[in-house]
Design a protein around this ligand. Structure first.
Ligand SMILES: Cc1cc2nc3c(=O)[nH]c(=O)nc-3n(C[C@H](O)[C@H](O)[C@H](O)COP(=O)(O)O)c2cc1C
Length: 206
């Protein structure tokens, strides 16, 4: 029986006409295979007050947090604002449990106005994802808005940008082919830290 891998795609723009959200749909379309089940979570759909204060008794907030818990892998897509990821994304990451990404593979994506800020994914977002225990964060992909065209609501990206995107998605797909046997990978689990299987090289030195 084929195992279905659950991929949660989070888009983090406050805009109702978000290029980032359309980019996510484009990626889902490109990656779509029968063994991957995608859900697209648009953070702008969560009422701002409930999100900022982490009101877990609000269904929108609770469902969003649960969707992260349930996912095998996560795509995190943000517009670049002021040389960093969006405040909306930060608000959501802040209400998740500290090790919410343990056991999960993560693909960071961004859209932005200038490639001068291409490294924002690495210097701003990656450390946060790492601190949340992600099992594997693959090389992110930054889509400059100059490489996007939209005709009659159809979203396209330039062929040169597309080639690089395909390479990134191939990388992500390879990682998805080896789902974590241990859903807690990346979580500190204090009771295991001194276990022999965890530190064999240290044990061997004494
Ligand atoms: C307030 C604001 C700040 C922005 N700051 C940057 C920036 O520092 N670097 C950058 O590359 N693009 C910047 N942009 C451009 C957006 O990242 C770009 O338009 C993005 O594609 C918007 O995505 P969205 O349509 O999903 O909101 C900024 C846009 C806005 C509205």
């Amino acid at each position: 029986m084929t195992r279905i891998t659950k991929v949660l795609a989070i888009s983090a723009s406050p805009s109702p006409h978000s290029k980032t959200a359309k980019f996510v749909e484009h990626v889902i379309h490109r990656m779509g295979t029968s063994d991957l089940a995608f859900t697209h979570l648009r953070l702008r759909d969560i009422p701002g007050d409930s999100l900022l204060t982490g009101q877990m008794d609000q269904a929108d907030v609770a469902n969003a947090v649960k969707s992260v818990e349930d996912a095998d892998a996560i795509i995190i897509a943000t517009p670049i604002f002021k040389a960093a990821y969006s405040g909306l994304l930060k608000a959501f990451l802040d209400i998740l449990p500290q090790f919410a990404l343990a056991g999960k593979s993560v693909l960071p994506l961004a859209t932005g106005g200038t490639i001068a800020h291409v490294l924002a994914l690495d210097y701003a977002l990656r450390p946060v994802l790492q601190s949340m225990g992600a099992r594997h964060i693959i090389q992110g992909y930054f889509l400059p808005e100059a490489d996007i065209t939209q005709d009659n609501g159809q979203f396209h990206i330039k062929e040169s940008a597309n080639a690089q995107l395909m390479e990134t998605l191939y990388h992500f797909q390879c990682v998805l082919g080896t789902p974590a046997a241990d859903k807690m990978l990346g979580h500190p689990r204090p009771e295991r830290v001194s276990a022999a299987w965890c530190l064999p090289s240290l044990d061997a030195r004494h």
